[in-house]
Design a protein around this ligand. Structure first.
Ligand code: ATP
Ligand code: MG
Length: 755
């Protein structure tokens, strides 16, 4: 029997640590403490240990069953008092089942936000949770509310910005459908409310979301409104804390969606909005038909989204374009380009007598596309069916094969769309321009695709995961810095805390000339290269990097911080080159449509730049997709490094986009991928429990068996630690605070409870 004044019994009970070790099993049995018991299908259930014999334990589950399991299948569970805590770091035990259970318990009560140290975890509710809007905004503003919330995080960022005159960033990541874009909008809503003034620019900033979503979002199998690009929006504030401008940067728009759709998915919303919502006048001017008549749209058998009115959205879009002061002529130009793309998709080819060569079918698709682009049907047909090669003074014309012609047509459509998207972002930026009076006060919100690992991973996942590896390093270093500062300020020997770095994996991607990206570029410039030669090249040069694994055939694996991913090099070279035939570029330059001329000019300029970068060796080759992305990413990281970061991890509790369904495995896998468990691990390596000497002595001082005459909270605290035999490696004493390792506080709490 344990009593408070039985000092010898106290000493006999070891304080629980993170795992169930030999000595604390006894403690768990005696105190009938809960444990997690892994069930055959990997599910964890609560129970209490009845007895142990060797490596086996007999456990009574909460459903009444008593089972025998290996000791290794048991983990300590948290005391009831810690049920549903706001910050995972408060948990005595930070093991997987405890973290999962805590989040689930909160989720079931519609508490979708939790913290894990400095990170905000947001579980997608897939329903209206009624915790947003003016009342909540003012409650957070006046600090009447302090539950974890995006508002609280945005508030912290704003206050830090104003106080320290330092730029801030809010970095949001998570899988497709986890709620990143909604979360970004919620943060912007809060900042707009705080930084709103008489200029009304905050509304413009909010409206940009609408424009970007129309052109950059689409229905996918995982999310009805999936962003197919990464986005950084930088909101600038005046010295008075009012929004004075904004700037948007975008990353890696998924171009292939314009020409190719998976079953049940749609192309970009704007196409359907335009077809459904344009007036009959506009339709006539554009020669625009119903969406179902266009091959680029009807190939997937999915033309509408439940609960979405495309026509209505189109009207809102036109209003948004008005607000950013895009003139009607420019708006019509945009719609013209969109319609041209749709007609391009309807262009077909037929065999000629000449072996397997083809010609363009001269039908209304050609006529309409050419008309909208501002060229003759003949020029368009030539560009899509032939390739001109300059040989000295002569020009040799070769006819394309069917495959080449289709690729040329699709490449043109993709190029026009991506250029249009880039141009739109530029127009939005012009209208939100900050002007010259930068004040050093900004908050940047990053909404970027999270780590992805599917059965089959291609070039897209390769780029996305590379970006996440960079962001993870940023995150680790920031966390390390925070901890370090905290420890140093308090006179703690922080070198005892280990941090893992992912530099080796980043080297695997970035090293020149022997890194994945460089080797990919090298192979992309090699005319006879294939996906197989690429894979072999990787294996030949990179096998020594511990993060690289050669696999059979075209495959290779990378050990990312979030787990190992198997990549298939099929299509890598083509996607990295992303070629646009010179014939198409020439066509665009000669079109009368100013936008197309502009797009061609921009492309030519970027080619010149990259050619000089490569010493001219890449004749008429534009910068590869991989290299361009790396450049963007470096710029992004550089920008983020000048900010104080705040992290939000969005989690999708189920894949059905349904409220109230919590799929443990799915959540666990995301917690691993987004580094939440990593934070937990880092803090376990450190000293997660931090209390001031006063707090500690007030809470536990009375447990001392001998009255401590000293009034000094530091010596009371130290006496408590000694009396309860907390081993010296389990705590550190700082100038102001006590730092305890995971689980230590649990034993003291237990003692307190039993008095
Ligand atoms: P993707 O990577 O595909 O762009 P995402 O992470 O940006 O995905 P969102 O588009 O933000 O995901 O969210 C998907 C859907 O989840 C939303 O359309 C909305 O229905 C729902 N959702 C997300 N967050 C919330 C929230 N806080 N409250 C209510 N519903 C939400
Ligand atoms: Mg999104």
């Amino acid at each position: 029997v344990f009593t408070s004044n039985d000092a010898s019994a106290e000493c006999e009970a070891p304080p629980p640590t993170g795992e169930l070790e030999d000595d604390n099993v006894v403690y768990f049995i005696k105190k009938k403490l809960h444990v997690w018991c892994r069930q055959p299908k990997g599910k964890w259930e609560l129970g209490t240990i009845q007895s142990t014999s060797g490596e086996e334990a007999s456990v009574s589950l909460s459903n009444g069953n008593v089972i025998k399991v290996a000791r290794s299948e048991l983990l300590p569970a948290n005391p009831d008092i810690l049920e549903g805590v706001e910050d995972l770091i408060q948990l005595s035990y930070l093991n997987e089942p405890s973290v999962l259970h805590n989040l689930q318990s909160r989720y079931s009560q519609d508490m979708i936000y939790s913290k894990s140290g400095p990170i905000l975890i947001a579980l997608n509710p897939f329903k209206d949770v009624q915790i947003y809007g003016d009342d909540y905004i003012s409650a957070y503003r006046q600090k009447l509310m302090d539950r974890p919330h995006v508002y609280a995080m945005a508030d912290a960022a704003y206050n830090e910005m104003m106080r320290d005159e330092a730029n801030q960033s809010i970095i949001i990541s998570g899988e497709s459908g986890s709620g990143k874009t909604e979360t970004a909008k919620i943060a912007m809503q809060y900042l707009a409310a705080l930084g709103g003034g008489c200029s009304g620019i905050e509304n413009e900033v909010l409206l940009t979301n609408f424009i970007l979503e129309a052109f950059g979002n689409a229905k996918t199998s995982r999310n009805d409104n999936s962003s197919r690009f990464g986005k950084l929006i930088e909101i600038h504030f005046s010295t008075m804390g009012k929004i004075c401008g904004a700037k948007i940067q975008t990353f890696l728009l998924e171009k292939s969606r314009v020409v190719q759709l998976a079953l049940d998915e749609r192309s970009y919303h704007i196409f359907y909005q335009l077809c459904a919502g344009s007036s009959s006048d506009l339709k006539e001017r554009l020669n625009l038909r119903a969406a179902s008549e266009y091959k680029y749209l009807n190939q997937s058998d999915c033309m509408t989204i439940d609960g979405v009115d495309d026509a209505k959205k189109f009207h809102r879009l036109m209003k948004a374009l008005d607000v950013i002061r895009m003139c009607k002529e420019d708006q019509e130009l945009v719609f013209k380009m969109l319609t041209a793309i749709l007609w391009l998709g309807n262009i077909s080819f037929q065999d000629t007598d000449n072996e397997n060569h083809i010609e363009v079918v001269n039908d209304e698709a050609v006529t309409n596309a050419a008309l909208l682009m501002g060229c003759s049907s003949h020029e368009l047909m030539e560009a899509l069916s032939t390739h001109k090669i300059q040989a000295g003074k002569d020009t040799i014309t070769k006819t394309l094969t069917l495959r080449q012609a289709i690729d040329a047509r699709d490449a043109l459509a993709k190029f026009i769309y991506a250029s249009l998207f880039g141009w739109l972002v530029e127009q939005v930026n012009k209208s939100l321009e900050v002007g010259k009076r930068r004040t050093g006060r900004s908050i940047s919100i990053l909404d970027i695709y999270g780590f992805e690992s599917f059965q089959k991973n291609s070039f897209e996942q390769f780029c996305i995961n590379y970006a996440n590896e960079r962001l993870q390093q940023h995150f680790n270093r920031h966390l390390f810095k925070l901890e370090q500062e905290d420890y140093e300020l308090d006179g703690i020997d922080w070198t005892k805390v280990d941090f893992e770095d992912n530099q080796v994996c980043l080297d695997l991607f970035e090293k020149k000339p022997l890194g994945l990206l460089s080797l990919l570029d090298e192979e992309s410039n090699f005319p006879r290269a294939s996906d197989l030669t690429l894979a072999n090249k990787f294996k030949q040069h990179l096998h020594a990097n511990p993060c690289f694994k050669g696999e059979r055939g075209r495959a290779f694996s990378v050990c990312h911080y979030a787990g190992e991913v198997l990549y298939d090099t099929s299509g890598f070279l083509e996607k990295n080159r992303d070629p646009l035939p010179s014939d198409s570029i020439q066509l665009l330059s000669s079109c009368s449509c100013e936008l197309l001329q502009l797009f061609a000019k921009t492309l030519n300029q970027s080619q010149k730049q990259s050619n000089s970068l490569y010493g001219g060796s890449l004749d008429s080759q534009k910068q590869s997709v991989g290299t361009k992305f790396k450049g963007q990413l470096f710029k992004l990281m550089h920008q983020l490094e000048t900010t104080t970061p705040h992290f939000i991890r969005c989690i999708k509790p189920n894949t059905k986009q349904q409220p109230g369904v919590y799929d443990e495995d799915l959540v666990l896998q995301q917690l691993k991928c987004c580094g939440v468990l990593e934070v937990v691990r880092i803090s376990r390596a450190g000293y997660p429990t931090r209390m001031t000497h006063q707090e500690f002595s007030r809470r536990y001082g009375f447990l001392l068996s001998e009255a401590n005459t000293s009034q000094d909270s530091l010596s009371i605290s130290v006496a408590v630690l000694q009396q309860f035999n907390i081993p010296p490696e389990m705590y550190q004493v700082g100038f102001t605070k006590l730092y305890l390792r995971t689980g230590q506080i649990g034993a003291l709490e237990d003692r307190r409870k039993h008095l």
